[in-house]
Design a protein. Structure first.
Length: 125
């Protein structure tokens, strides 16, 4: 049989173990989820500081807004359940609902609604 065949047998036996250990077969962190956003509305042409609550937020979490005329800045991870941010709503943003979500490790949360209010109406902030 020789040492060459024995070495090959060991190599073949250990190959799946080494492959699995180095290929990301690690436990994934829990998927993030949103629970609330406060305030849940903002005026056209104004900036608003928001607080987003949820679960499994981590450093590097990204706040997503499905409206190009709303810019997100000053995103801060307070802890695994709280993110603060500033939404700058352009004056020409169409009034109505906008979806807000958070992405963590490539996983995007459920969406919550943030409502754009016409600048002539009270925002309820």
């Amino acid at each position: 049989m020789g040492t060459r065949n024995l070495s090959r047998a060991w190599f073949m036996a250990l190959l799946p173990v080494v492959f699995a250990a180095g290929c990301g077969l690690r436990e994934r962190p829990p998927s993030p989820a949103l629970q609330s956003i406060s305030p849940d509305r903002g005026l056209q042409g104004h900036a608003v500081a928001v607080t987003i609550t949820g679960t499994s937020f981590v450093y590097g979490s990204k706040v997503n807004v499905d409206e190009a005329l709303i810019s997100v800045s000053d995103v801060e991870l307070v802890n695994s359940t709280l993110i603060t941010a500033k939404f700058a709503v352009a004056a020409n943003t169409v009034p109505g609902p906008v979806n807000i979500s958070v992405s963590t490790y490539g996983v995007t949360t459920n969406a919550l609604t943030f409502t754009i209010v016409p600048s002539g109406e009270p925002s309820g902030q």
